[in-house]
Design a protein around this ligand. Sequence first.
Ligand code: AMP
Ligand code: MG
Length: 365
Amino acid sequence: MKKKIFVLLISMLACSGCSAANHETNTVSAVQDTEKQSEMKEAQTSEGEAASDDEAVVEVFAMDTYITIKAYGKNANKAVAQAQERVEELDKQLSTGLAESEVSQLNAKGGGALSDETTYLMKRSLEICESTNGAFNPIMYPIMEAWGFTKKTYQVPEKGLLQQLLTYTDIQQLTFDERQKTVTFGIQGMKLDFGGIAKGYTSAQIMDIFKTYGVESGMVSLGGNVQVLGNKVDGTPWRVGIQNPNTEEEYLGVLEVTDKAVITSGGYERYFEENGTVYHHIIDPATGYPAESGLDSVTIVSTDGTLADGLSTALFVMGLEKAEEYWKSNRESFDAILHTKEGQLYVTEGIADEFSSDFEYSIIK
Ligand code: AMP
Ligand code: MG
């Protein structure tokens, strides 16, 4: 019985969904919502338990989202338990919502010594920041605070305030010493925010844990951001549903993947509405306002979960044309599914054969 439920849960993977304004709702499957709730209940009551000898699943709430971790084969139980521990550790380290987290402490002190994890994240964030021309910016926290995204006290800030706060998001003012593992903020009040990359890093870490335990088939879904190891246990690729940003009732399409991260950024994932205008959580570092690039959903597919997460945010900010250009210069490291507000759907060539959709779509070559 349990086994069937777990398999159901995993066979329909989807990206995160959002139901109402002033809410952040992350679901494993938007389409199977009702079904999902009972599945989740079942999964929660069996936390850490194996569904069978060679299958383990855990459902946790961490990083402000529902996380499903699943592994098959020998050591599946141990691997999943270790993965859960890692998620909880990383949450405590990286969460800006916890005053005692490493990132909060760095922000309070204006920099300082970094752990191995934050050293790695800093390095990767700065690489992505540079290669995306600042579209990905890991020090957007002061702006996130001004919009109330950090405490769910949403408000539209004064333009003057945003202008002022943009001085804190100047990446040139941040000094990172990788060897010494330190970061220094050039202006008091600058603050780190790994929210655009942390989930991808976490899913990548889980794949590493799986590999350490010899697990050959497994997956994690962090609020719909998915990373998979190998194929499903029946030998066929994992199937990942890409959420339609306009409706929870359907997918934009389904992608078949093996050993990949599939990570989506969408304005629908966290937003609020004021006077009929929707303000979402992905900020254009050039303006301090929610990015209005014409894209409403960007999915990145890559073997590198950290990169996929960073790029999902960056390409959302860039918009279609720049995103296309960026892919063309970096096509060996990722693929993308892009959806515009007007409803056009684009898929890059590298995953075109693995993507299926009821919608019309163009292939970027
Ligand atoms: P994601 O869902 O991966 O696109 O990440 C969005 C989160 O990243 C937000 O909730 C912020 O914490 C942070 N963020 C917002 N805008 C940016 C940006 N331009 N670059 C990097 N991180 C950002
Ligand atoms: Mg991201």
